[in-house]
Design a protein around this ligand. Structure first.
Ligand SMILES: [Zn+2]
Length: 1014
């Protein structure tokens, strides 16, 4: 092995002072200490080229030492070839390339790239998601990305000059590094060396100024488009270019066409306006029923601020944070009572039209303006016909923050000009999400993309263009194929689904599946301070097929007449230590995601389904909560401790139920279940008496054929048994008890979960509908009152009605969220739905990260292990919980989308086996189901089919007689095509035909419904 010595030299003079970094750090106990960090410049930082003779030795040592933080894969010997660049070379990319063109750089054609420390730092500072994508590239050995620590090298470190902006300093640092590489490579791989590689470096930047200055310094520099044009697969790569790229034909700026939207205010003006209260800000919500309307919810008004028409929405995209100005009260409007679908309204738009600057640009201008006027008129007409109360109305004047992501979309066939052409053409991609506008992309492979699901990124939305511009990222596969559907719903809901990396898997116990709880020995770390619960009659009760069993229970009679009941939770924090790669991954995944046919785990398989899963007949480490209760389920005491358990049985809800009800069974386990059940009934009664809500969401269960066939065989509504409730009550009890304990010990940083009471105004519409349509009252003064009045919403002729009302009431509520106890006011801790004062999640640490944190805090609260310093920091806990809350929401949406997809398949299958066709509304489709009307519009109704948990929109081709006050619409037979006129109001039942129809333009299957007569 080659020995190397690292020479360090302290800096002198001005360099030394500039290289001293001071910062303040809070210690675990809250003391503030000053940290001074000195930076030593080194002269031995290697260039990373495998052709370099000079750096050869330090490369060898880097490879043999295998430091995890420095990539050990070198830049290739030959470098890259490109038809516009003379000679072979490596690439140095400017920060803006990583920020705007990451989709392009992720293409495998980009290899042998030098990532400067200056650039890496700036990317991290500007965008964490992009930084993570860049880090993934750096750690991929096939890509050969070399990080060069230019700020640590004595030859390339650059100090900021007094009159220089940080940006200019960075640009200069980049050019300095390019210059150094150029001479370093010439000397070490050039003509005088034996390798004669003659390698050079090339700077790629979309900053025209940086390119110009580089060229002036005799360096080689290109913008992204110039360079990509010289690559062998340029045709394919040009599609991936961001619409923000310079030098292209769709270049931004220099646009001479007239404005269709008002310009956005500059950031400084927006900030000043928000500060002075002239402007208000909030999230923009697009209306899924009407593409010409959106709302912004702000704390300034009870009702959301309405935005009517495209101009008022001014290029806001669903999820953006926008700055809004409120119109004078006399201009306020009411929300539309009409369905306006973009698909049909805009079918004649031309994607090329607003892209050409050719001779007919005058025509294009006129056509654009005409469409804009038509839309404005539509929006106005819809607004005029409204009958409900006006609400605050405004318009978007600026963007506070764009929340753009990549969107799953379909190519709109009607926008493809020439399907056989391999030349570039503009076309529309229609996002799967109805709230996202069509995106114009430029592509050379239109013919290949038709009928595919594709991923599209948004780049910009110019005020002269009716549509935003974006670029193609990649194809996901044929529309309706299971693989494409599955991946697209993971992408669409931002669920991380990559396999666990080696660094993460390295955190698992080396014994793998053979890991066992060691023989009892309290000096062994696995047994330290644990209570041996192996002889207790512990069992688990779960849905059928459950593999990740995170909870088990027991109960027994105590000599004093009381009952001991225990909840035992997988001791995940024994295996997942704070701050290692596995912990970081679990924190960023936040939760396990359950799809109908796939589970995306938060923790590696080995833990989730084996070592942490409380399987029967094996010993497992657990975290136990054990109560002494009176026979009336009053708590006498609670203890928390780490334990070793050996579950005696794993039941399904059904098995446990049968066992409990079987009078002939008198074994210990059955007795234990009966005891638990009797306590659970009392616990539940106490909760209900305290005002807990029985909420409902449309839950259906998909039966998959066990064979390889894709089609589900049936859909059924989930059934609830007594034993479901048994498990639920004890989990709730454990979560409440743990919440109290960790809050008592860590009042500033306890990880808790709350459900805030909904604003009363949220229920106004539902209350009015119930009153007018059914003569029923909904009392929303408290959760208890709401629960009681929901119980009274019963239609004896219609058992499903009560569930429907619960579903609608649930939609009026806010969602529950995790929070850090020190970050919100004490009187907002409560959980509205559960009617309890404090709550957390402790019982599912295998599949929820918040529970892992609660375990660590509880573990410290009982003095089992010291608390990791990060869990003493309010900011840190806030940051983690923000991510976890977001992931939790996405996971729910992904699961729902997965169910919907399978419901669609089941419907298609049912129709096919009944010999039906695909066209809905022509009597071809055979599947008919009863549905409830849940919304009425001037030109349509929204219905809910309980059997499938499915909502559908039925639109009529013209306006009907509409009674907004009474929530009724009268549909004449000539409009509906039925044999007689029908009148329908909310909560009425109707018969619908359900089928899956392929959209003509996007080839995508959509569930459609049509009204039929019974
Ligand atoms: Zn070198």
């Amino acid at each position: 092995m080659v020995e190397i010595s690292i020479r360090k030299r302290p800096l002198t003079g001005i360099e030394a002072s500039a290289s001293t970094q001071k910062f303040f750090k809070k210690t675990a106990r809250g003391k503030v200490v000053k940290v001074v960090r000195e930076r030593y410049l080194r002269s031995d930082i290697s260039c990373g080229s495998s052709s370099c003779q000079k750096c050869k030795e330090s490369h060898l040592s880097a490879i043999s030492s295998k430091q995890s933080n420095s990539p050990t894969v070198l830049l290739s010997q030959k470098g890259l070839a490109n038809s516009v660049v003379r000679g072979n070379h490596y690439l140095i990319l400017d920060t803006n390339v990583f920020l705007h063109q990451i989709d392009l750089i992720e293409n495998p054609s980009f290899t042998d790239i030098i990532v400067l420390q200056t650039v890496l730092d700036e990317v991290r500072h500007r965008s964490l998601p992009l930084y993570n994508r860049l880090k993934a590239l750096i750690s991929d050995p096939d890509r050969r990305f070399w990080v060069f620590y230019n700020d640590f090298s004595s030859e390339t470190a650059v100090l900021r000059q007094t009159d220089e902006s940080p940006n200019d300093r960075n640009d200069r640092a980049i050019r300095t590094a390019v210059e150094w590489y150029r001479s370093h490579l010439t000397l070490s791989t050039g003509p005088t060396s034996s390798t004669r590689s003659n390698l050079d470096v090339v700077l790629i930047s979309d900053d025209a100024d940086n390119v110009r200055k580089a060229k002036e310094a005799n360096l080689r520099a290109y913008n992204v488009r110039e360079y990509v044009n010289g690559m062998s697969n340029a045709d394919q790569l040009l599609d991936l270019l961001s619409a923000r790229s310079v030098g292209g034909d769709s270049e931004l700026g220099g646009d001479r066409r007239s404005l269709l939207y008002p310009e956005h205010l500059p950031t400084a003006q927006v900030q000043a306006g928000l500060k002075s209260g002239v402007l208000i800000s909030g999230f923009f919500n697009a209306n899924a029923y009407n593409y010409l309307e959106g709302t912004v919810r702000t704390s300034a008004f009870d009702k959301p601020v309405l935005l009517v028409g495209r101009e008022a929405m001014n290029r806001a995209v669903d999820g953006d944070v926008v700055a809004v100005t409120i119109l004078p009260k006399e201009e306020w409007k009411a929300a539309a009572d009409e369905v306006i679908e973009a698909d049909s309204a805009l079918k004649n738009d031309d994607a090329e039209a607003s892209d050409d600057e050719g001779e007919n640009s005058g025509d294009v201008d006129r056509e654009e303006a005409r469409l804009a006027r038509k839309e404005a008129r539509d929006a106005e007409l819809a607004a005029k016909s409204r009958t409900s109360e006006p609400q605050p109305t405004g318009k978007v004047v600026g963007i506070v923050r764009r929340n753009w992501r990549s969107y799953v979309a379909h190519v709109d066939v009607s926008s493809v000009h020439d399907a056989s052409s391999l030349g570039p053409q503009s076309l529309f991609a229609t996002p799967v999400d109805r709230k996202i506008p069509r995106i114009r992309i430029r592509t050379r492979q239109a013919s290949n993309l038709i009928g595919q699901k594709i991923l599209v990124a948004l780049d910009a939305w110019r005020p002269t263009s009716r549509y935003p511009d974006g670029h193609f990222v990649r194809a996901l596969g044929a529309t309706e194929s299971k693989e494409a559907e599955q991946e697209s719903l993971l992408l669409e809901h931002d669920v991380p689904y990559r396999p666990f990396s080696k660094a993460i898997l390295d955190c698992l116990p080396v014994e793998g599946d053979d890991w066992k709880v060691p023989p009892k020995d309290f000096s062994n770390p696995a047994w330290r301070d644990r209570i041996d619960m192996r002889s207790e009659m512990i069992c688990s009760i779960d849905p059928p097929g459950c593999q990740d069993i995170d909870d088990a229970l027991h109960a027994k009679q105590l000599p004093n007449g009381n009952i001991e009941a225990g909840v035992h939770i997988a001791d995940v924090s024994y295996f997942v230590k704070p701050d290692n790669p596995m912990d970081a991954e679990a924190a960023s995944r936040g939760t396990t995601v359950y799809l109908v046919d796939k589970r995306i785990d938060m923790l590696p398989h080995l833990l989730g389904t084996n070592l942490c899963s409380l399987r029967p007949y094996v010993e497992r480490l657990a975290f136990s909560a054990v109560w002494e209760m009176t026979p009336d389920a009053d708590i006498v005491s609670v203890r928390f401790f780490k334990s070793v358990i050996a579950s005696k049985a794993a039941f399904t809800y059904e098995e446990a139920q049968l066992r409990k009800d079987d009078k002939s069974k008198t074994d210990e386990i059955t007795k234990s279940i009966r005891l638990l059940n009797s306590l659970a009934i009392k616990l539940k009664k106490k909760r209900m008496d305290a005002g807990a809500l029985n909420l409902a969401s449309p839950e259906v269960r998909i039966h998959l054929d066990s064979s390889e066939s894709a089609a589900p065989i049936d859909v059924e509504q989930k059934e609830m048994r007594e034993t479901n409730s048994l498990v639920e009550e004890f989990m709730l009890l454990a979560n409440v008890s743990v919440a109290e304990k960790i809050y008592e010990t860590f009042p500033m940083t306890a990880v808790l979960r709350r459900h805030q009471p909904p604003p009363k105004t949220n229920f106004e519409t539902l209350q009015d509908i119930l009153k007018k349509r059914k003569g029923m009252d909904l009392d929303v003064s408290s959760s208890g009152a709401l629960a009681a009045s929901l119980d009274l919403c019963v239609d004896p002729k219609e058992p499903a009605f009560n569930t429907l009302v619960r579903i609608m009431a649930t939609r009026c509520m806010l969602s529950a969220e995790y929070f850090c106890s020190g970050s919100v006011a004490r009187d907002t801790f409560g959980h509205y739905g559960l009617a309890c004062g404090m709550y957390t999640h402790f019982t599912s640490p295998i599949r929820r990260y918040a529970d892992v944190l609660a375990h660590r805090q509880l573990s410290a609260a009982i003095n089992y292990a010291p608390l990791h310093p990060s869990l003493h920091s309010k900011d840190h806990v806030d940051d983690i919980l923000n991510v976890v809350n977001k992931r939790h929401r996405s996971a729910q949406m992904a699961s729902r989308a997965s169910v919907e997809f399978y419901v669609g398949l089941a419907i298609t299958e049912k129709n096919r086996s009944a010999g039906g066709g695909e066209t809905v509304g022509k009597g071809e489709v055979k599947l008919r189901e009863e549905a409830f009307v849940i919304r009425t519009f001037r030109n349509g109704i929204a219905v809910f089919v309980s059997k499938f948990g499915l909502e559908g929109l039925i639109t009529f081709k013209e306006e009907c007689e509409f009674d907004a006050e009474e929530y009724k619409v009268k549909v004449p037979s000539r409009v509906s095509g039925l044999s007689k006129d029908v009148e329908l109001g909310i909560f009425d039942k109707c018969l619908v035909e359900i089928g899956v129809e392929k959209d003509k333009n996007t080839k995508r299957g959509k569930t459609k419904m049509a009204l039929v007569l019974g």
